[in-house]
Design a protein around this ligand. Structure first.
Ligand code: SF4
Length: 450
């Protein structure tokens, strides 16, 4: 890595899966407001639904998700009961048309920690309450260690057509350091089961920056992953925050790759995936050219939301489960992180939302500027400002703010248009932060750029 890039790579910057980011959500936000926004939804609105399942069979030491390992399955069964109650309560408030749920996403944790009967029960509650659109996307995050041929068929029978796996790295020394042993053979077999069952889209998550990872190990993993031909591959840098995620203390700081190694690993994965025919999408996604994500990137219709890059253009995102984030035209809502707080609110027949943010017209304008940059690697901020009723010179000072980034080559400024060269896509968040009015550069507030 060129030395001039190091300060940018070290910078803590948001992931911009939303703007304003979740750090800005207000802690005194009323659940009643969340209910009011649901009631006020346009009856014709198309909906996306996110369901959070905060359970796993075993903790991976690198995990940054809101999850836990329950002592017994009873805890998960009770959680499903509360989830279904909250879905029914929300559906009773929703006055819109049924059958407008075009995207359903189960995330976690490991949604397949739940048994099939409970997964089917949740899907049924969403279908009865809001109505799943025919031909819509039904996706779930899974763990190949929980999948069998039979299970893949049952999940397809429930209606799931997309799945995402955490693969991270196939190298055994890396897997041992992160407490996640899953062989290449296991992932290959799971992929085959899913294909046989009729899943039309498979995503693998890969990581760099893990202990024992080398440029050689990530190159080999990227080649092996690409050889299984998942439609999409997402690549994330490990964020080491043991003061926030206690189990990460199991990872020895001294064994973590440094910033230059992280950068080299990320660029190596990118090169291997490109050589295997994958198109680079936005910051950190890759897709086969015939995949909908690649098509959306080509036509500049790609979107970015809490699940990363997507083709989802729904009018609202309804969310269910502890810590789940939803989005309405008026702003963002987030349910209580703690499952006890969350369930107590549902017991009182209240919204479990405890944090949120009503967005302003300026927030929405800046959100579009940041989203287009994160998706297209280029944006005309003045044109977007005007579209939202703001002055064309709203971002007149941007050249000055981007002076250092432009000198380092990670940003280009041409007649008001800001672009990030494709070879510097890893620095997209750094450039996007210039448009973030709330951004405060502080250590450990966000993940490192690289
Ligand atoms: S399976 Fe996923 S959510 Fe569960 S601990 Fe591992 S990384 Fe975290």
């Amino acid at each position: 890595m060129d030395k001039t890039l190091i300060p940018f790579a070290m910078q803590d910057v948001p992931r911009y899966t939303s703007y304003p980011t979740a750090v800005q959500f207000q802690p005194d936000f009323s659940g009643r407001t969340a209910d009011d926004w649901l009631v006020a939804l346009d009856p014709e609105a198309t909906l996306s639904v996110y369901v959070h399942i905060p359970f796993c069979q075993q903790l991976c030491w690198y995990c940054g998700c809101n999850t836990s390992v329950p002592n017994s399955y009873d805890r998960a069964a009770r959680y499903v009961d509360y989830l279904v109650r909250d879905i029914r309560r929300s559906a009773a408030l929703f006055g819109g048309k049924k059958g407008r749920v075009t995207h359903l996403h189960f995330g976690g944790g490991t949604p397949t920690y739940l048994d099939d009967m409970h997964i089917a029960e949740i899907v049924d509650a969403i279908d009865k309450g809001f109505g799943l659109a025919s031909g819509g996307e039904m996706a779930l995050e899974s763990d190949p260690r929980t999948l069998t041929r039979e299970r893949a068929k049952v999940l397809a029978g429930i209606g799931f057509n997309r799945i995402s796996f955490g693969v991270q790295d196939f190298a055994a020394p890396v897997q041992m350091k992160i407490n996640r042993i899953q062989t290449y053979g296991l992932v290959a077999a799971s992929t085959e089961f899913l294909r046989e069952a009729g899943f039309t889209s498979i995503n693998f998550d890969l990581m760099y920056g893990l202990p024992a990872q080398t440029v050689e190990s990530v190159a080999r993993t990227a080649q092996q992953a690409a050889g299984l031909k998942p439609e999409r591959i997402s690549v994330f840098g490990y964020a080491h925050v043991p003061w926030f995620k206690k189990h990460q203390k199991m990872i020895n700081d001294a064994e973590l790759p440094g910033i230059t190694q992280r950068y080299n690993q990320a660029r190596t994965i990118e090169a291997e995936l490109a050589a295997s025919g994958y198109a680079a999408i936005g910051l950190d996604h890759f897709a086969l050219p015939e995949d909908a994500l690649s098509a959306a990137a080509r036509t500049h219709t790609l979107r970015r939301n809490f699940q990363g890059y997507t083709t989802d253009v729904s009018d609202a995102l309804l969310s269910f489960g502890a810590s789940a984030i939803g989005e309405f035209p008026q702003g963002f809502v987030q349910s209580a992180r703690d499952t006890l707080d969350w369930s107590q609110k549902i017991d009182r027949n209240e919204s479990p939302v405890t944090r949120g943010l009503a967005t302003t017209p300026e927030d929405r304008m800046r959100a579009e500027v940041i989203e287009r940059l994160m998706c297209d690697l280029t944006v005309d901020p003045g044109a977007i400002a005007q579209k939202h009723g703001f002055a064309a010179d709203t971002f007149a000072d941007i050249g000055q703010k981007l002076e250092d980034a432009a000198a380092a080559g990670i940003a280009r400024i041409d007649q008001g248009r800001i672009s990030v060269p494709p070879e510097h896509r890893l620095f997209l968040r750094t450039v996007a932060a210039v448009f973030d009015k709330h951004f405060v550069s502080a250590p450990n507030r966000h993940a490192k750029a690289v």
